[in-house]
Design a protein around this ligand. Structure first.
Ligand code: AR6
Length: 174
């Protein structure tokens, strides 16, 4: 069942997350917090070299958790770096780790007072998590959070391509 009240606070946009004018963007990072490819590479490129220095000071982040840095050269004031699960077939707690990545990122967004937070499709690239299943978890966790919290006011799901947009729309239609 679609949850109309909280769904009014969820947006799906297609494009490059580094360009979004939001208060915080979430990064799909790795446990070492070392610059990688995909959305992580794009965020590092746009934020500038100070970002890696800040992450080196933090040192690392377990899967399912999140850490915050400044946004540096991004329009967003904060970057929330979360580590999603690597997909190993679904029997290694991947669903729960992904759900936890969303929950801890939303908690960090609340902590920094971000009114709008944008998420990429965590784990669905290099980490190979099935896209529709990931979108369902993302929507489920966003709805659960928004029902209980005023901050963030809005959650933006930033899809990089049409397939990802369709996966969010399908999940939101449930
Ligand atoms: N804006 C929005 N979404 C993007 C962008 C962008 N600029 N670029 C890619 N995506 P991935 P993961 C989408 O692989 O699976 C890195 O090396 C992409 O199409 O970035 O969590 C890290 O360092 C896909 O839908 O993240 C880790 O080692 C989604 O972002 C590892 O990859 C996530 O794909 C994390 O893998």
């Amino acid at each position: 069942m679609a949850d109309d009240t909280v769904d009014d606070r969820i947006d799906v946009v297609q494009g490059d997350i580094t360009r979004l004018d939001v208060d915080a963007v979430v990064n799909a990072a790795n446990k070492q917090l070392k610059r990688g490819g995909g959305v992580d590479g794009a965020i590092h490129k746009a934020a500038g070299p100070e970002l890696q220095k800040a992450l080196d000071g933090i040192g690392g982040c377990p899967a399912g958790e999140a850490v915050v840095t400044d946004g540096f050269n991004l329009p967003a004031g904060h970057i929330i770096h979360t580590v999603g699960p690597v997909w190993h077939g679904g029997d290694e707690g991947e669903d729960e780790t992904l759900a936890s990545a969303y929950r801890t990122s939303l908690a960090k967004a609340e902590e920094v007072g971000a009114a709008r937070v944008a998420f990429p499709a965590i784990s669905t690239g290099v980490y190979n998590f099935p896209q529709e299943r990931a979108a369902e978890i993302a929507v489920q966790e966003a709805r659960a959070w928004l029902r209980e919290h005023d901050t963030p006011q809005r959650v933006v799901f930033c899809a990089f391509d049409a397939m990802t947009t369709a996966a969010y729309e399908k999940a939101l239609a449930r």
